[in-house]
Design a protein around this ligand. Sequence first.
Ligand code: ZN
Length: 181
Amino acid sequence: MSSFSVTPLADKSVEDVKRAVNELCAFAESIGGDIARLGEARARAVMADELRIYLRDEGEIVRRFLRIKEHMGLKNDTEVVRFLINDYWDRNKDMLQPALEHFNLSEKGVCILDRTLADKNSRGRIVDVHFKPDMVWCEYCQSAACEHVKFALDLPEVQEIMRRKSLEKASREVEGPSRSA
Ligand SMILES: [Zn+2]
């Protein structure tokens, strides 16, 4: 295991600092692959609700960043990044929002807002998808295989509901009158 101290560098000679930096680089290279793999796994785990950004830049982009920060009267860099994200979102909302979004999920079904069905009067259309004992049915498409059904079946909550429904159906068939028929 290679190891080195970082804090006392200021007291050492330039040569010592250079050597320490070289050692650090070699060490970083040797563990780089492992860190990248760990990073990927972590990125997948937190993809939905956590983000860490490290930005290093120079020149015009930095001057622009600082000018925006000053202009907005913002105190820290993170606030500037948040502002830029929200500003971009507001101006491009229609393109950035997902085509399909679900709400009102229950044992009976789910409502899906389909933004691809937007017209002059609305920003989309609400489609009802019903959960039947042995299938998921889209009222709008009159289909069990449309995009809305596929979208619903991709939701873990819906998979859980359908799993429960099929178990209930199976147990009814075992206990019910159909057994003796
Ligand atoms: Zn449909």
